[in-house]
Design a protein around this ligand. Structure first.
Ligand code: DGL
Length: 275
């Protein structure tokens, strides 16, 4: 990919994908990003598979038509799980990178072989996740136990910035994993919203449990897919990156400032559903 083709669209149901954007901007400082938070429709995690697939198609069509992106990062585990195959089929000419729960690296890191996965119901119930898990279990050379924990309500609480609910739900869901796994030592953050609740989750899990996030791995993968050399990745982008939301711009502006130190006002946009 040459220097004139460095405009990457990134989307999530809401503010969670900022955890991926943070890693992308560190790994690829010369790339222009257009981030879309579909906050009007967040959370995605408890919606139907068809709904998530259709909405993801509508978003990508819009990002291409209106913003002329030339690569895409699906910064949402739920949308990756339920929509990425369809997106790749519809947009065969567009490089697309997705995000999946990091169960493979977690299994390698775990000494006890007891790994918990925090994710949405949509991700954990998907065919794609089931296949990923089955492949890993089939290849395991030592006992491996994976406990899937659907974290109903947690992404929504993070989206709203509701500290009381984040604390309560974080404790409840991590508590369920600990109860199921006495020797738990590794916990996968399988939703891009969860890194923004990391203090609560780490405290609930205890200091002996390592939390595994995917942002940096996705950023490295994006660099490979874009085939950018170090020098080119570091060149100044030709145009400013943008923060767009279908919800309240103030919420996205504040989240990007708090979590990325990025002082840029977000803009409200309308992304029509598929006709
Ligand atoms: N951040 C998304 C994910 O990684 C979706 C959370 C949600 O909207 O439920 O799964």
């Amino acid at each position: 990919m040459n220097a004139s083709a460095r405009h990457v669209g990134v989307f999530d149901s809401g503010v969670g994908g900022l955890s991926v954007l943070r890693a992308l901007r560190t790994e690829l400082p010369g790339v222009r990003f257009t981030y879309l938070a579909d906050s009007l429709h967040a959370p995605y995690g408890e919606r139907s598979a068809d709904w998530v697939a259709n909405r993801s198609q509508a978003i990508v069509r819009w990002l291409r038509q209106v913003h002329r992106i030339d690569a895409l990062v699906v910064a949402c585990n739920t949308a990756t799980a339920l929509a990425i195959d369809g997106l790749r089929a519809t947009h065969a000419d567009l490089p697309i990178v997705g995000v999946e729960p990091a169960i493979k690296p977690a299994a390698e890191l775990s000494a006890s072989g007891q790994v918990g996965v925090l994710a949405t119901r949509g991700t954990l119930g998907s065919e794609r996740y089931r296949a990923l898990r089955q492949r890993l279990e089939a290849a395991a050379t030592r006992p491996l136990h994976i406990h899937d924990q659907p974290c109903d309500g947690l992404a929504g609480a993070i989206e709203r910035g509701d500290a009381e609910a984040i604390g309560r739900l974080g404790n409840q869901h991590v508590g369920s994993v600990r109860q199921a796994m006495p020797a738990l030592d590794t916990l996968v953050l399988g939703c891009t919203h969860y890194p923004f609740a990391i203090e609560v989750l780490q405290q609930a899990a205890g200091p002996a449990v390592r939390l595994v996030d995917t942002g940096e791995a996705v950023a490295r993968r994006t660099r490979q897919v874009l085939q950018l050399a170090t020098a080119e990745a570091g060149q100044a982008p030709q145009a400013e990156s943008a923060l767009l939301t279908t919800g309240e711009p103030e919420a996205l502006t504040a989240a990007a400032h708090r979590w990325l130190g990025w002082q840029q006002p977000a803009q409200r946009v309308v992304v029509p559903d598929l006709g």
